[in-house]
Write a protein that binds this ligand. Structure first.
Ligand SMILES: *Cc1c(COP(=O)(O)O)cnc(C)c1O
Length: 339
C-alpha cells in the first residue's frame, strides 16, 4: 500500500527510536524533563520566539494559543477554510467561549488587509470584540500554498494597529520555509504566536509546538493543563521531535516528489492536478466518471491511499516514508485506476 493520505502517517526513523529509548526524562508538569526543555528551547529559537511549549497535538497548540490570548465572549478572526475554524470540533467556542468570525480567503486561503480591517469588531456593548486573529501557512485546504512573510506582515500590521494579537497556524511552517527559501523565524516574525507540528512532514511520532512571548507561553501552559495536556515523562516522545527538527531541510525532497507526482498524473485521462508549492497535490476529478469518494476507493483497490477533499477534489500528500520508486509505482497504479 502506498499511503498518500497525509504526512501524519510517517513512522519514526531508527534515529528517532534510538533517541526515544535513550532520552533523559523527568516530570514535565514540574518543568523537570530535560528532553522536553531542550525541545522547547530549540523550537523557540528556530522560529525566533522567546519561549515554546510542547503539546500533544497541533489542535491543542491552536486551542491553547486562543485560550492564552483571549477572554470569553470575545471573537476571533479565522480563515473560512482553515483548520482552526473547521476541523477542531468547535473548540474555540467550547473551550474559549469565542465566536469565530470567518473570512473567505479565496483559492489561496489568505484574506487581505482590507477584509481583515472590515471584519474586526471594536469593543461595544452589544458585540463580541475581536480578541485574536489567525492565519494558516502553509494553507492545507488551498493545497499546501506557502504565503511569503510580507503577505503575513501586511495582516500583522492591521492586527498591531488595533492591538490585537496575531496567531499563525503553521502546522506545516517548515514546508513553507523550504518552498519560499526563507528562514522559519522570518515566516513566524509577523505573528505573536506560532504553532507547528512535529508529527507531520518532519516525521516525529507525536506532538506540536506553540511558540511566542514568554508571558503568553506561561498562560498557554495553564491552558494546556486545563485541556488535560500536562504530560509527565514526555521526554520519550520529545526526543524524537528534536531529531525531526534537526532535519527540516529534507522536506525539499517531499516537495520535489509532489511536483513529480502532479506532473505525471496530470497527464492521465481527465485528471486535473494542482501545481504544488509544497507536499500537497490536489486532484480534480470533475471531468472523470468518478466523484472524489469513488476515486479514493478505486485508488485503494489499486493499492494507493488518498484523501477525499470535497465532492470532486482528492488530496495526495508526499512524506518521508515514500521514495522515488513509491512515486513511480503510485503513478502506475493511479493510471490503472483511471483506465
Ligand atoms: C494537522 C493540522 C492541525 C492539527 O494538528 P493535529 O496534530 O492533527 O491536531 C492544525 N492545523 C493545520 C493547518 C493542520 O494541517
Amino acid at each position: 500500500m502506498i499511503d498518500l493520505r497525509s504526512d501524519t502517517v510517517t513512522r519514526p526513523t531508527e534515529e528517532m527510536r534510538t533517541a526515544a529509548a535513550e532520552a533523559e526524562v523527568g516530570d514535565d508538569v514540574y518543568g523537570e524533563d530535560p528532553s522536553v526543555n531542550e525541545l522547547e528551547t530549540t523550537a523557540a529559537s528556530l522560529v525566533g520566539k522567546e519561549a515554546a511549549m510542547y503539546v500533544p497535538s497541533g489542535t491543542m497548540g491552536n486551542q491553547t494559543a486562543a485560550l492564552a490570548q483571549t477572554e470569553q465572549a470575545t471573537s476571533m478572526v479565522v480563515e473560512a477554510q482553515s483548520h482552526i475554524y473547521g476541523w477542531e470540533c468547535a473548540g474555540l467556542a467550547v473551550h474559549g467561549g469565542l465566536q469565530p468570525v470567518p473570512i473567505d480567503g479565496g483559492p489561496d486561503g489568505l484574506y487581505g488587509s482590507e477584509e481583515l480591517e472590515a471584519a474586526i469588531v471594536q469593543p461595544e456593548s452589544h458585540r463580541a470584540a475581536t480578541g485574536l486573529i489567525a492565519v494558516e501557512n502553509t494553507h492545507n485546504r488551498a493545497g499546501g500554498i506557502a504565503h511569503p512573510p510580507d503577505a503575513l506582515g501586511a495582516l500583522a500590521d492591521v492586527a498591531a494597529e488595533h492591538e490585537i494579537p496575531f496567531h499563525l497556524d503553521g502546522a506545516r511552517l517548515f514546508n513553507a520555509a523550504v518552498a519560499l527559501d526563507v528562514d522559519p523565524a522570518e515566516l513566524a516574525a509577523p505573528a505573536d504566536t506560532v504553532m507547528f507540528c512535529l508529527s507531520k512532514g518532519l516525521g516525529a511520532p507525536v506532538g506540536s509546538m506553540l511558540a511566542g512571548p514568554e508571558s503568553v507561553i506561561e498562560d498557554a501552559r495553564r491552558a494546556r493543563r486545563l485541556l488535560g495536556g500536562g504530560m509527565r515523562q514526555a521526554g520519550i516522545i520529545a526526543a524524537p521531535g528534536l531529531v525531526a527538527l534537526s532535519e527540516w531541510q529534507r522536506l525539499e525532497e517531499d516537495h520535489l516528489r509532489a511536483a513529480r507526482l502532479a506532473r505525471e498524473i496530470g497527464g492521465i485521462g481527465d485528471l486535473i492536478t494542482s501545481d504544488p508549492e509544497t507536499n500537497i497535490v490536489i486532484v480534480d476529478v470533475s471531468r472523470t466518471r468518478y466523484d472524489a469518494e469513488d476515486f479514493v476507493s478505486a485508488l485503494a483497490d489499486e493499492g494507493v491511499r488518498a484523501l477525499s477533499f470535497g465532492p470532486e477534489r482528492v488530496r495526495l500528500c508526499t512524506h518521508r516514508d515514500l521514495d522515488d520508486d513509491d512515486i513511480a509505482s503510485a503513478v502506475e497504479r493511479i493510471r490503472s485506476a483511471v483506465a
